[in-house]
Design a protein around this ligand. Structure first.
Ligand SMILES: [Zn+2]
Ligand SMILES: [Zn+2]
Length: 154
């Protein structure tokens, strides 16, 4: 960029002339210059956001793949809708652990940094929630019940 303080009058004059000429040749641009700048800003922000989201999902996919043995399914009910899948702390304490990070991305990064430590499994949102609330997912209860009934009928 031109440093105005060190410019000669002649350079300044020339600069002013060029600006004026540009304005005259591009009246639409001049009228909408704020909008143009803004849209450009938005585009850059959008690109940056997109890139960081891509990175976020790449890491998330890697973690979910690892802890589900590449099945990308809930260990409890078999739900395979990717967006419903969550990382479950098998022994609990998940909320506290997640909250110790500033962001989801930071939390996911932790798995990479720690080289995928043991103690995690993939559950869908429902099963994870139920497990957190009732210690055991109702699916698990139903399975036990079914097993008991089958055994009794033998
Ligand atoms: Zn599930
Ligand atoms: Zn379940």
């Amino acid at each position: 960029m031109t440093d105005w303080k060190n410019c000669t009058e002649e350079q300044k004059e020339r600069r002013r002339y060029m600006d004026k000429k540009y304005r005259e040749e591009h009246p639409e641009w001049y009228k909408n210059r704020k909008k143009y700048n803004k849209s450009r800003y938005n585009r850059d922000a959008y690109r940056m956001k997109k890139r960081s989201l891509e990175r976020y999902h790449r890491i998330k996919r890697m973690i979910i793949g690892y802890y589900s043995n590449d099945t990308f399914q809930c260990k409890c009910c078999g739900e395979n809708e990717y967006v419903f899948l969550t990382i479950d702390h098998i022994k609990g304490g998940g909320n506290k652990h997640v909250r110790s990070f500033n962001s989801r991305a930071g939390y996911f990064q932790w798995f990479i940094k720690m080289n995928f430590p043991p103690g995690f499994q993939i559950l869908c949102y429902n099963c994870n929630n139920a497990k957190g609330r009732y210690k055991q997912c109702p699916h698990e209860e139903m399975r036990m019940l079914n097993k008991d009934i089958k055994q009794e009928l033998k």
